[in-house]
Design a protein around this ligand. Structure first.
Ligand code: APR
Ligand code: PHB
Length: 390
């Protein structure tokens, strides 16, 4: 079997890359380890930058998004017992964010790929990458017990943090930058109306909390928890009580609680692997970097990576120029590190750390009070949250 670009992973990065390359007339195949339903069962974040929405529009996969999404002009920060709205639309001259679950983005992209008749192999096992240091890379996998090999021009490693692509690179060729955080996020999904029209990020002495949503009838809530905690320690009633402890009085009094339809604990990590290109192998999305979810950047960074990569490959095939692929890693990393900084800043400002002493707590409150009172600080936060330009 032969293709121009073999894509490993059918998450948002792989699927969006596949659609972008298809729009440029570039042939791809996607190899995905899991089943379609397994991929779609993952609960992930749901805040899209305008650039991400623009890419989905570019490949014609934004119709349902525009029918069902919520457009938010701002977010709220709660600390010291009160809430402060950040008017991001005003601070950025009109930019907003779009609330639409990553699961739905993935579903829409999968449906578009199937409708276009593009090749996706689900349950592709034992994927291995070969000869990407040369000009004739190959990918091997097994399916239903049969071995297969794909000859290709390029491999796009879109297989996430635990994928095979980054692990196929000689360790000496990689430089890793990492920060792990000494706490997790306990998340609950509920068929209840959101407590507020916009997201609320909470700094509280008991720990961080976040009030988010998927629609006007489906809410997503998080409380910071111990890294070694377990969902079995958090029956619904205990979760709702703890969340209310961390919310301001109005939110605590008006929140509509209900049974959790999903409950999970996720660790927080900042991670970057440099570079993002190894001969004919490119890394994109979580395969190359991880951000703590506080800044809602994970999906949006996957989108900007594949924006750069798809344009680079278009230049190679259509304009016969290697300039884009030669510059991909530098260009993608420039934006990745700005999002890493923003996500780290939001995380350190809003969470309780084990070494958060009285001084650190005052510094956090000073940062938050400055942020909500300063036009310059509000503009700086807003332009990062809505998404820096590509
Ligand atoms: N072979 C084939 N597929 C694999 C392999 C492998 N060895 N390892 C992982 N995969 C698949 C996973 O099953 C998953 O479907 O690669 C896909 C990677 O998707 P994501 O982990 O969603 O990563 P990405 O597409 O970069 O999207 C990043 O997803 O996880 C969230 O928070 C993250 O919002 C961010 C976004
Ligand atoms: C979510 O809705 O899951 C969400 C929103 C914003 C974040 C993180 C997660 O910063």
């Amino acid at each position: 079997m032969r293709t121009q670009v073999a894509i490993i992973g059918a998450g948002p990065a792989g699927l969006l890359l596949g659609q972008l390359l298809h729009s440029y007339g570039i042939d791809t195949i996607i190899l995905e380890r899991q089943t379609r339903d397994y991929v779609l069962a993952r609960i992930r974040a749901g805040v899209l930058e305008q650039g991400t929405v623009g890419l989905l529009e570019q490949v014609g996969v934004a119709d349902r998004l525009h029918r069902e999404c919520l457009v938010h002009d701002g977010v709220e920060l709660a600390f010291g017992g009160s809430r402060h709205r950040i008017d991001m639309k005003q601070a950025t001259g009109g930019k907003t964010v779009t609330v639409y679950g990553q699961t739905e983005v993935t579903r829409d992209l999968m449906n578009a790929r199937a409708t276009a008749g593009l090749a996706t192999v689900f349950e592709a096992a034992d994927v291995s990458l070969h000869d990407f240091d040369g000009t004739s890379p190959r990918v091997r996998y097994t399916k239903d017990g049969a071995s297969h090999e794909i000859a290709c021009d390029f491999i796009a490693g879109c297989d996430g943090f635990h994928g095979v692509s980054r692990q196929s690179v000689k360790p000496a060729a990689l430089e890793i930058f990492e920060r792990t955080y000494p706490f997790g996020w306990l998340g609950v999904l509920s068929e209840t109306p959101p407590v507020s029209p916009e997201l609320i990020y909470v700094n509280h002495p008991r720990g961080f909390a976040l009030c988010s949503m998927r629609s006007l009838t489906r809410s997503r809530y998080y409380v910071q928890c111990r890294l070694d905690d377990h969902v079995d320690n958090w029956p619904d009633g205990k979760f709702w009580d703890e969340l209310k402890h961390r919310l301001d009085a109005k939110a605590a009094d008006t929140i509509v609680t209900g049974p959790s339809i999903e409950k999970s604990i996720a660790p927080l990590r900042s991670f970057v692997a440099e570079p993002m290109r190894f001969g004919r192998l490119f890394l994109a999305g979580d395969a190359a970097h991880i951000v703590p979810p506080t800044g809602a950047k994970g999906l949006n960074l996957a989108a900007s990576d594949v924006h750069y990569l798809s344009n680079a490959l278009r230049e190679f095939y259509v304009e016969k120029s290697p300039a884009g692929i030669d510059d991909y890693s530098r260009r993608a990393l420039a934006r990745v590190w700005k999002a890493e900084r923003f996500s780290w800043w939001m995380t350190t400002m809003l969470h309780r750390f084990p070494d958060t002493d009285a001084f650190s707590a005052r510094i956090q409150l000073a940062e938050l009070n400055y942020l909500v009172a300063s036009k310059a600080a509000t503009e700086a936060m807003s332009e990062n949250y809505v998404g820096l330009p590509y």
